[in-house]
Design a protein around this ligand. Sequence first.
Ligand SMILES: Nc1nc2c(c(=O)[nH]1)N[C@H]1C(S)=C(S)[C@@H](COP(=O)(O)OP(=O)(O)OC[C@H]3O[C@@H](n4cnc5c(=O)[nH]c(N)nc54)[C@H](O)[C@@H]3O)O[C@H]1N2
Ligand SMILES: Nc1nc2c(c(=O)[nH]1)N[C@H]1C(S)=C(S)[C@@H](COP(=O)(O)OP(=O)(O)OC[C@H]3O[C@@H](n4cnc5c(=O)[nH]c(N)nc54)[C@H](O)[C@@H]3O)O[C@H]1N2
Ligand code: SF4
Ligand SMILES: [Mo]
Length: 736
Amino acid sequence: MTNLSRRTFLKASATVVAAGSVPAYFGFSEFKKAATEESVKKVPTFCHGCTSYCGIVAHVKNDRVWKVEGHPIHLKSSGRICARGHGMAAYLYSKDRVTGPMKRVGEGKFEPISWNQAFKEIGEKLDSIVKQYTGNSVLWLEHGTHRKSYVDRLFDTIGSPNFTTQYSTCFNAKTNAWLQMTGTSLNGDHKNAKYMIFEGRNFAGGIIPNGMNHITKAKEKGAKLIVIDPRFSEIAKIADEWIPIRPGTDLAFRLAMANVLISENLYNKTFVQQFVDGFSEFKRMNKEYTPEWAEPITGIKADKIREIARDFAKYAPQAFIEPGWHGLHSHYVNSTQTAQMGIILNALVGNFYEKGGLMPSASLQLGHLDLPAIENMPEKGARIDGAGVTGEYRTVEPSRGIAHITPQLVQQGLAKAVFICNYNPLRTAPDPEEQKKIKDADLVVSINIDWNETSYYAADYILPEHYYLERLEHPQAVSGHISHDNPQLALRQPVIKPMYDTKDTLDMLKGIADAMGHKDLYPFTIEQEVEAAIAPLGITFEQLKKAGTLEFPATVKPGFPMKKGKPALPTLTGKIQFSADLFKIDGKLGIPVWVPPLVEPDSKNDHEFRLIHGKQPWHSHAMTTNIEQLMKLSDKYQGTFMWLNASRAKKLGIKTGDTVTVKSKIAKKKVQVKVTELLHPEAAWLPSTYGGFSPKNRIANGVGVNFNDFIPIMVDPLSGSTMAQEVVVTVAKEGN
Ligand SMILES: Nc1nc2c(c(=O)[nH]1)N[C@H]1C(S)=C(S)[C@@H](COP(=O)(O)OP(=O)(O)OC[C@H]3O[C@@H](n4cnc5c(=O)[nH]c(N)nc54)[C@H](O)[C@@H]3O)O[C@H]1N2
Ligand SMILES: Nc1nc2c(c(=O)[nH]1)N[C@H]1C(S)=C(S)[C@@H](COP(=O)(O)OP(=O)(O)OC[C@H]3O[C@@H](n4cnc5c(=O)[nH]c(N)nc54)[C@H](O)[C@@H]3O)O[C@H]1N2
Ligand code: SF4
Ligand SMILES: [Mo]
């Protein structure tokens, strides 16, 4: 396709589909020649469909992506990707992408604006906000931390401490507990395990493609898999046992497991003596939590709890409770204690740094650019969301912040300028009507790729980033979630030229900083960043580009970290701290004790349920609901339906396919129901993805409902999470 421009080609192919014939004036013979003669290029990069960031290889012909497949060696994909990986690649060609910078001119009305004009207006506005209210009134919200190093330079210049990730809606309780108790984080070594407990964790729904591969390999060698989930999740299908725990009571189950391990002398005494601080206090406080105590709370028979604890000890150290992700770690007032108990149980059986137990991610020392220091750096005040030791939420990690309270910060006049990047709080944070109030800030800039709810309802300016298949990024060390001895480095690189008038976030920040008068704040290119990052590794940019993912010699070995013969975790004692210092508040010892959930459905009221949720294998958060191919799967599998237990549904006269009204204190919505035996009777379960309400996302808009519709903005006092399942709803058949 040498002489035919891509635009002409697209027009041509669209017409072919529409008309079913080939008008000669489109130069079809030329197209056909190019289509048959041009060779397929295979360009490795990595997916952006979820935080697994799987390595992929894009097949490109005529500057068009024809398909993607899993990168053969990437830790997370290892040759396979999921449906979303394919859907995300197809979304490159969606008509709903934002094709150039936009400025709001009214409610739901936007006009194109040039990049230079957008930078000028945003830069001048930001400058006046900083002058009037200080840099502390500026907030950056982002899914992840990938662009943090860029934001840091601007925030150091203006004096803002408010870089915030989406983690308060994801898994803060887990990261907080691991940080406070161990100073690190470890992954299950699934492929070498003999016994795995997946509690509130679903590798086959909250997908890591190669994770499932590791588990099935272990199972082929005889490993046992126990799944503890109020719902028969996708991973429960391959489990030896599914235990439908009463939602919100995992802490009680875990306390009782520890009680069995200690009272029956099954715990690893040598390990505990050497590597644990605070065991005797824990033992004293854990005495009352017998399996008989936990039985009525969890709905799991005392004998079953004993059996699991004994098996766990029997197979240790090739046994673990999967450290988990979202499913247990942002849902309840007791989520942090539940996460603490995950660490404690694993430590009691001594599986830390053991093959088949918990192992660290293989690490890589990357280089970085030696950038000029920021001159006259203003003093930064405390974070406006109160995260961190000097704030209202002293035990919440300040590096992550509390994203979902942004509308309150705007209403209180604390947040005047809000940048929202690769993040859609209006659909993925609690109470969308409240989240809409983010628009009341003096300046709201959305850096996203499509017309998500945040852009449509809240943004003054939409600055579209290049799609992930169109951009280069500084390289990423592959880590987390599944264990791997050899570190890997993955590169995201453009597989085609950008299709529209989009930019990298680095160039957007350059433009805004320049317009504010902070010239040369970013005196580098992404290419230079890549070169600096790989400099210590002895590889070239060309090698990395060609391979996409490179693997390096093993850095991970079993064995607890030691220094001069002493345990050397980055904690106060170098040991695992059962009593976490930061959690020692209000006279408490920082040791997990039973904390009941905040709310309970009334067992005498047939209409009341706890509303719980989970991922669906073919959707990511809210963003894939605008992908046509994936929504076809939703249609096929009744994907938008809310699950109800058969015995409860019967009492209410509800059958599969019926429409019901679901009501919480803040919302009343209609949804169709799937009636099933495979759910705890106390729960109503919603797939977490649907309920799009941006009119410009034509496929997602108006399909299904979302758990966030029903929950008010709340903050878990220890980790700052949303407590998204501390909600009781009533369910009634239409007309009742
Ligand atoms: N398909 C898909 N995969 C994804 C993502 C996605 O959006 N879609 N997102 C990625 C991200 S960012 C994350 S954080 C991970 C999340 O990965 P996971 O944490 O594994 O996924 P979830 O579905 O949120 O939760 C897991 C399970 O917890 C169960 N659960 C709910 N309440 C309770 C409870 O009270 N007790 C117990 N024991 N179980 C409970 C749910 O039924 C669900 O099956 O997935 C990642 N992968
Ligand atoms: N409704 C709902 N809420 C949830 C969850 C859920 O499953 N459903 N899950 C919870 C969890 S575990 C998490 S981690 C969070 C996730 O919360 P979000 O990050 O808000 O979720 P996403 O739906 O992934 O939305 C990200 C937005 O990024 C934009 N985007 C996509 N690709 C790019 C890109 O390449 N560049 C840029 N700049 N933008 C891009 C899209 O416009 C999309 O709207 O949500 C939490 N809350
Ligand atoms: S799990 Fe699926 S969506 Fe997530 S990064 Fe991998 S291929 Fe993409
Ligand atoms: Mo997440």
